[in-house]
Design a protein around this ligand. Structure first.
Ligand SMILES: NC(=O)c1ccc[n+]([C@@H]2O[C@H](COP(=O)([O-])OP(=O)(O)OC[C@H]3O[C@@H](n4cnc5c(N)ncnc54)[C@H](O)[C@@H]3O)[C@@H](O)[C@H]2O)c1
Length: 274
């Protein structure tokens, strides 16, 4: 794609963090914006800011709700025209030690971080393909979707899924003139840790004072690491460059370099002799 001007972008998790960074970059490049999020106050703030730059509609949406997703798509396309830029970005960062996980936690994390991406594709891809006007889909995964990290199995399972889905989708969608990118950020300075802590279901562990203190320390450390990361606006600019250049992988730093190399080498080393 050589220009996004005049196209309509649908961005989930568009009210805060990376989604808002993407919204800013695409608004300044001339795209119309549909911002979908469950944080209504942040949606209002984003609309006030970006309404000065481009046409902006907001929609309250939980990306797990498929019926609501279809209604949101109808509503924004009536107002802004066909969506041809889709950003499946909404996500949460939480988790718990593997032996303490519950089905509720699995359903919550996979439902948002992988199911939300699937729901976006199911809602918009048939419309985009049928219209034949091309477009681009960006799915937000993570560096934790490229090699095993201490991010925890809940998060990594979903993010590996998003990477595999994106790579495979790209094989198919070239024929429709629809590009696919997968965003695999390292640390980005957002409030995802605190936001997630407010909505995460409890793990299967007793909440002794000692454990509460340990958990608070873990969250504090994660927050400090992210605050030293790349700015969301810089990520938005990288995403814009990748869409314009039709590039599959979008990294935000080189933090995963050694883990990716080690994983690729270990896979090759495990192949049987020729
Ligand atoms: N911040 C990082 O360091 C980092 C690193 C790698 C990947 N990511 C990924 O980037 C994406 C965005 O994260 P962020 O750091 O900008 O977080 P953020 O918390 O700043 O923004 C996420 C947005 O998604 C929204 N959201 C959460 N659950 C939702 C749901 N069920 N339905 C609709 N909206 C929902 C939140 O309200 C919020 O506005 C996520 O997928 C995250 O996993 C972030």
């Amino acid at each position: 794609m050589t220009d996004v001007r005049g196209r309509t972008a649908f961005i989930t998790g568009g009210a805060n963090g990376i989604g808002l960074g993407i919204a800013r970059a695409f608004a300044h490049a001339g795209a119309k914006l549909a911002l979908a999020d469950r944080d209504v106050a942040a949606l209002e703030r984003a609309k006030k800011e970006l309404g000065e730059v481009s046409s902006v509609e907001t929609v309250e949406l939980d990306v797990r709700d498929r019926d609501a997703y279809a209604r949101a798509a109808d509503a924004v396309e009536r107002k802004l025209g066909p969506v041809s830029l889709l950003f499946n970005n909404a996500g949460v960062a939480g988790g718990a030690p593997a032996p303490k996980l519950t089905y509720e936690l699995w359903d919550w994390a996979i439902g948002i971080n992988l199911g939300g991406v699937i729901n976006g594709i199911q809602t918009f891809l048939p419309r985009m393909a049928e219209r034949g006007a091309g477009g681009h889909i960006v799915n937000t995964a993570s560096g934790a979707g490229l090699a095993a990290t201490p991010s925890g199995v809940l998060y990594s399972t979903a993010k590996f899924g998003v990477v595999g889905l994106s790579e495979t989708l790209q094989l198919e969608l070239g024929a429709f003139g629809i590009g696919v990118s997968v965003l695999c950020p390292g640390p980005v300075a957002t409030d995802i840790v605190a936001r997630t802590a407010q909505s995460q279901p409890p793990a299967n562990e007793s909440q002794s004072d000692e454990q509460r203190k340990l958990r608070a320390e873990r969250l504090g450390l994660a927050t400090r690491v992210l605050q030293q990361g790349v700015s969301p606006d810089r990520v938005g600019e990288r995403v814009l460059e990748a869409v314009l250049g039709n590039r599959l992988y979008i990294h935000t730093d080189r933090i995963m370099e050694q883990l990716i190399a080690a994983r690729a080498q270990a896979l090759l080393d495990a192949l049987p002799e020729a």
